[in-house]
Design a protein around this ligand. Structure first.
Ligand code: KG4
Ligand code: ZN
Length: 357
């Protein structure tokens, strides 16, 4: 490790710098992932073993099935990450792992393995908040552009607008008051029989449809920074029941346009309110093709940088865990080995407390 090298962001502790190689482990939901990231930004290897096929027949993630699959896959996935990087365990400087939020049984598999590896390899263990890690997926590709940033975190479980005032310094600006955007994509896709997971299926179908075919509601559009997507989901089901002959592509395109309009308008307003230097997208829904182009266009129109993680770094992966772990290690140091796993774990306000167990 390089103790006095220049460090970006908050990684200010001696011994944490550009040469620090962190192994990230992610098992919070239905992806078993391991990655090696150098200096918080350089992805040396990233392996994701998806359980999508195991859960597809149930139309959603089955927690017990997920835990068992993590148990089977984790060791080979870690070995692959090391082999792909061409390094042995002796080169790893720290092990970072998602400690929450997520499915408790699934989390425990990763956390136990990460602690065991940190003990066996005699390197620090770092507990990472999965939501914070999604924010760091953008930094993997872009590095720092300064602060404040407005982050739109849109995944299957969360939809939030966050002001990032510095590394580890977050303020919640707005959130969904009901369904997460990804959840709405998944539910509408299931209703339209487009398959699981719904986001990519709707995204693909929407490319072939007319986004103006149905004028779905844009809830709370002019109403602060909170959002709501459950009424939209109901509007879709009502429309299809009343018009059984409507084409799925037109429904998908009109639905996608409604979600994206709201996400872009709210993010734009939040960025103006805090005079953000840039907008960062994170979470699985950030892989959405229309959201990416519309947000980039909005940023260009408003003169704000828009940081989009690569599409594979939007959905769950361990590179983002290693990146967030590198920053956490630099700011807070290692996590205690008696830290647990947290099914719920807010990003804002209690992240550091949770980290300290
Ligand atoms: O971040 P993620 O992998 O897992 C969570 O932490 O939730 O996000 C998964 C969510 C799912 O709801 C999935 O349908 C959605 O992200 N998603 C998408 C797209 N790709 C994944 N939603 C819209 N468009 C996409 N292309
Ligand atoms: Zn996620």
């Amino acid at each position: 490790m390089n103790s006095d090298a220049a460090m970006s962001g908050g990684a200010g502790r001696p011994g944490v710098g550009p040469d620090t190689l962190v192994l990230g482990i992610e098992t919070s939901c239905d992806e078993t992932a391991a990655a090696l990231v150098l200096g918080g930004t350089d992805v040396v290897s990233s392996v994701v073993s998806s359980q999508i096929d195991l859960h597809a027949e149930f139309g959603g993630v089955v927690p017990e099935v997920a835990s068992r699959a993590h148990l089977e896959s984790l060791n080979p996935v870690v070995e692959r990450a090391l082999a792909d990087a061409g390094v042995g365990p002796e080169r790893v400087d720290a092990v970072a792992c998602t400690v929450g939020p997520g499915l408790i049984g699934a989390l425990i598999v990763g956390v136990s393995a990460a602690k065991a590896l940190s003990l066996a390899w005699e390197v620090p263990f770092v507990g990472v908040n999965h939501l914070e890690a999604h924010l760091y997926s953008s930094f993997l590709d872009h590095g720092d552009i300064g602060f404040p940033l407005v982050v739109l975190l849109v995944s299957g479980g969360h939809t939030m607008l966050i002001e990032m005032r510095g590394h580890g310094d977050y303020r919640l600006l707005g959130r969904t008051i009901d369904d997460a955007a990804g959840e709405a994509f998944d539910k509408v896709a299931r209703f339209l029989d487009l398959g699981y997971p719904g986001g990519p299926a709707i995204d693909a179908a929407a490319e072939l449809g007319d986004p103006e075919h149905i004028a779905f509601p844009r809830a709370m559009m002019h109403d602060g920074l909170d959002m709501s997507f459950s009424g939209l989901k109901t509007a879709v089901t009502n429309h299809v029941r009343r018009h059984p002959d409507v084409g799925s592509a037109d429904v998908a395109a009109s639905f996608r346009a409604a979600v994206v309009d709201v996400l872009v308008a709210k993010t734009r307003r939040a960025a103006a309110e805090v005079d953000a230097v840039g907008i960062v997208l994170g979470g699985g829904v950030a892989a959405n093709a229309l959201l990416r182009t519309e947000m980039a266009a909005a940023g260009a129109a408003d003169g704000r940088a828009v940081l989009l993680p690569s599409r594979e770094m939007c959905t769950d992966n361990a590179a983002m865990i290693a990146a967030a772990g590198w920053h956490r290690l630099g700011v807070d140091g290692p996590s205690p080995l008696d830290i647990g796993a947290f099914p719920t774990m807010p990003l804002v306000s209690s992240t550091s407390e949770a980290h300290r167990g």
